[in-house]
Write a protein that binds this ligand. Structure first.
Ligand code: ATR
Length: 285
């Protein structure tokens, strides 16, 4: 497939470090081609990891917008002139929109991606039906917890290796959130409807050793990590006959609202971006 780039071609992209293996260019360029939009979506690795300098240089008509990934989600929040309520609650921005007048608006659509992944892979899941566990207390966990609270979860239990960090996150989220240490996981798992791994353990090939057998049989287990797609955490859940939701579906779930923000169009359904991503993941293995 060859595409003509002209002076009129719109540009959007993803910024991260590393960004080389990002699947976002695969997803967005497939949608751009299928929707026949005059646009291109490119990866950026900001020089010297200086996200501020990089983003400042893009103000005013250079680019439609950016997805922002590790480790720049907090820097993206502080570079934004306006921040959505959900991004402020998450303490992180994963979507920047650059308007023609030079303003930068920060949003966080990871929560939409997370709920979208449940809707796609566990359609009967109801966030209002019972307590939900989030493992981790970094930006990803904060975003997930905020999304479940906004979706009406009666209780969000935050389990973290460093209890003090879980307490800070729970404190910021209000009376429906509670903090637990890893040792308290078996208690936190009682009566939950879903368990979400939002730690970065998988990125460093570390595995979480948690008593998933303490969850109810009907609990759904989700891992935000998608390399590999079947993480050790999801495999453990499958061995215990728990249903699972994967992180790739969340990535695709947050790409949809990003595409709409960049190009004002909903992503075309005619292209199977999940299959393209799985092919790319396989090719790298
Ligand atoms: P992100 O912005 O992606 O959420 P982060 O802010 O670095 O990343 O947070 C990473 C989270 O993963 C933290 O909650 C961290 O626990 P600590 O607060 O105790 O550091 C958690 N984490 C990372 N590696 C882990 C491991 N091997 N076991 C358990 N938790 C881990």
């Amino acid at each position: 497939m060859s595409r003509k780039i002209t002076g009129a071609t719109a540009v959007a992209g993803v910024a991260g470090a590393p960004v080389r293996h990002s699947l976002s260019p695969i997803i967005h360029n497939a949608w751009i081609a299928a929707a026949e939009i005059d646009a291109v979506y490119v990866p950026f690795a900001p020089c010297g990891d200086d996200f501020h300098r990089f983003a400042e240089g893009l103000r005013g008509g250079v680019i439609r917008g950016l997805n922002v990934t590790v480790p720049f989600k907090e820097a993206a929040l502080s570079v934004s002139d306006d921040v959505s309520e959900r991004a402020a609650l998450a303490g992180a921005v994963n979507l920047l929109v650059f308007d023609e007048d030079g303003r930068i608006t920060g949003d966080n659509v990871d929560g939409l991606g997370l709920l979208g992944a449940f809707a796609a892979q566990a359609p009967d899941f109801d966030p209002k039906a019972g307590p939900v566990v989030i493992i981790g207390a970094g930006g990803a966990a904060r975003g997930a917890a905020a999304a479940f609270i906004a979706a009406g979860a009666p209780e969000v239990r935050i389990i973290n290796r460093t209890l003090a960090k879980a307490e800070i996150v729970a404190g910021a989220l209000g009376r429906r959130a509670r903090a637990y240490s890893l040792n308290g996981a078996a208690i936190a798992f009682e009566e939950v409807t879903a368990v979400i791994n939002a730690t970065s353990a998988g990125l460093s090939q570390e595995t979480l050793d948690l008593p998933l057998d303490a969850t109810p049989k009907a609990a759904i287990v989700m891992d935000m990590t998608y390399k590999p797609l079947d993480t050790p955490f999801l495999k453990q859940a499958q061995t215990l006959q728990r249903r699972t939701v994967d992180g790739l579906e969340m990535l695709i779930g947050q790409a949809g609202p990003s595409f709409e923000a960049f190009f004002g169009r909903t992503p075309p359904k005619s292209v199977d971006v999940r299959a393209l991503c799985i092919e790319a993941l396989g090719a790298k293995a």
